[in-house]
Ligand binder design. Sequence first.
Ligand code: BGC
Length: 894
Amino acid sequence: MKISVTKLEYNNCAWECSAGHPRFSWVLEAEGQRQRQSAYRILVATSAALLAQEEPDLWDSGKVESEQSVFVPYAGADYASQRVCWWKVKVWDQDGQESAWSEAGSWFQGGPESWQGRWIGRTAEPGANGLLPSPYIRREFILGQSVKRAVIYATALGLYELRLNGQRVTDALFLPGWTDYNVRTQVQAFDVSGLLQAGENALGVILGTGWYAGYVGMNGKNIYGDQPQLLVQLEVELADGTYEILATDERWRTAIGPIHYSDLIKGETFDASAEWAGWDRPGFLEDGWQAAELFPDYKGELVVQAEPPIRVTEERRSVKTTVTADGASVLDMGQNMVGWARLNLATEPGDEITVRYAEMLNEDGTLYTANLRKAEQVNRYIARGGENEQLEPHFTFHGFRYIELSGYRGELTEDSVIGLVVHSDMQRTGSLETSDPMVNRLFQNIVWGLRGNYLSVPTDCPQRDERLGWTGDAQIFVRTASYIMNVSRFFHKYMIDITDTQQPNGAFPDVAPDGGWLKFKETINWFASHNAGWGDAGVVIPWTMYLAYGDRAILERHYDSMAAWIDYLKEESDGLLGDDRANYGDWLSIAADTPKDVLATAYFAYSTKLMAKIAGVLGKEADQQRYVQLFNEIAQAFTTAYVDAEGHIKGDTQTVYVLALYFGLLDGELHGKAAARLKQRIADNDGHLSTGFLGVGYLLPALSDNGMQDIAYSLLHKDTFPSWLYSVKHGATTIWERWDGWTDHNGFQDPHMNSFNHYSLGSVGEWMFRYMLGIEADEQQPGFKHAVIRPQPGGKLSHARGTYDTPYGRYAVRWEQRGGQLELEVTVPVNATATVHLPGKALKLPALAELAVATGNTAYGSVGAGEEQAARSVEASRSYDIGSGVYRFVCAWE
Ligand code: BGC
């Protein structure tokens, strides 16, 4: 098979283009081995027809001799006035063979050339619980001709659901997403050509308070504003080529309707019997509706939506139903999940049905809700009445495994209650499976942790009155996440949230977007900012995006912010040592309090080390040297202040050693002694871990890096408290916030801090991919243009296999022990290379012509078949350079 382009958008060209920063990426396929691209040609045109005829009126890159297939920058004519652009690409392989053209990709502008509408809404009186009802908004209009093309641009301060002629315009949810609305708000653009008709049309919108004016976290409501507001602009190109624009103004009509309140944290009450039939279609009588209220112009910036859309990604049915003493039905969904229930019920008008959600059950089978704190996971409905009435909430979500239904008089069938799984919808990129079902369940729990907590921003938990973008949680899990899903765009957006919330003194926040600390600073007596391991997210995340996706632009964009953070840390330090900048410590560690100054100094060093690498990537040599020197000075200060001649570190917790080893803070001899001490400290703890959020992420990597693979595996396999498999043994289907969240160990944990869906302790997923499977990035050729494949089998596992879809395509590793041998199969995508390090002496190699001894990153090197000398060295080596394709090795393994 000739080389072919199979996928255009791993890195979201369509979004980047509409945001005005076009970069093109594509994935290639070809049979055989060592296949690569030697050249490409990109065409960009203003219409599909021109593109098809190969008449690109915006850009013809010409044949460019280059291997680059990820983030190729646009260099054509200004396309700002175009509503839609089309592109395609072809490539040449290493032998000059030409591919066919790819299919056509397209994008349309993410925002209008100019906004012509006003912000509208309807000031409403809060209900008894202080929550606002949802305004309904509508506008009828007539189109004189049929429609050639129509695009609608919409956004809200709050949340909006947009409907055209009776249909939802998009399946995306929680629009426009969460940003710091004081600074920026995202705008969505939808192609609605197919929803409009010549003649009468109607637009309908429901507004929710969302993060803007509803409850956020534990700090209260109205964090950004008081009343939800809407801005919409519909641009229609009619059959004769003329344009019509319809934008929000006082001619739009509003009414307060059936949603008494719908709040992210407080749930929803919806009177379906009061919803007007046909309100979102033409010809509706607007009885009692009023002219929309005009709101002042928005002071922040309106930006193209950066984040991936939030959607329902799965529907689940219950595995078991029980009935409580009060007669309520409790459905077990078999999985702790995030979203809500869609009801399909046979109702009588006025039936009152209540749905409650919880992650656990009390012993009597009722819902355990103590851990929700002030959150209310309740949906109340008043039925319209019907054979099959569908009821679901509008602007709220819940974290739950159990759903309680009360007030329903009919029989429940398997379709009566459907659990909807909701999160930011990203391409799934990583799979992993081993011979141990407990480890497999742990991995699935990690995946569910991501699915349950990546909703517009990476949150800590989805159930209690928190659900905030805690940066510490985000940074410790980001590398794991990058293996499981394509989080490139998600973190591009989140880094903007982080820098929007950065303080003028350079401190990165502990929570982004702000969760009320700015608004309520008079009454909250602490400010969520600058904590060690939290604020450092501002450096760790961009670096991780660079490693995983090869995204240099994210480093460029945030360079000054990151530099300001390092300056801040230096300024705040006491002779380079941390002060009290670690209020959360090694959060939720087990009887092992890592001294705060040690933690703060270690993270200061780590951020500085990454900053030196970042400066290097961007070619800022003077900065690089300055940061290298600063790192050395911090490491020296750390050693002098905290490390004795035996390599014992102040605090003597597992975490102090893990951080010192993983961050490279100690010189040779002390490093070895500290590694030995870590081993001892684990032994002292009866072979168990004691790390909290910060130590846990690097615990197994630090062990594996220092020749203690056996201990890493023994920690992985432990199922006694505290360990990863302890929760699995107790039936966990997600990662718990605490090592002993719900067990017979201590009785129930403090319900105020007892989430069953907190991904931080799941950061061990990173080790599973990077060490167990051994699929590691190469800083010199990021984005997995070149990978280091270094599988590290061990523990009780007889086999492990996994796949990882990178910007170049799919890597796969499979290893299996048989007797004293280990079979290893490695797959590398087209246009990428890998260096394979065998864990044992080679017994059987792929054809020599396909291999070369690894000498750094000799791309595509191979030995001449006739060269005996080279062949011998290939056989004697344990490291091999390979190109694309599938390679099978057998090595000795005890
Ligand atoms: C959150 C954590 C967060 C922490 C800061 C908690 O309430 O749930 O995940 O990182 O506060 O220590």
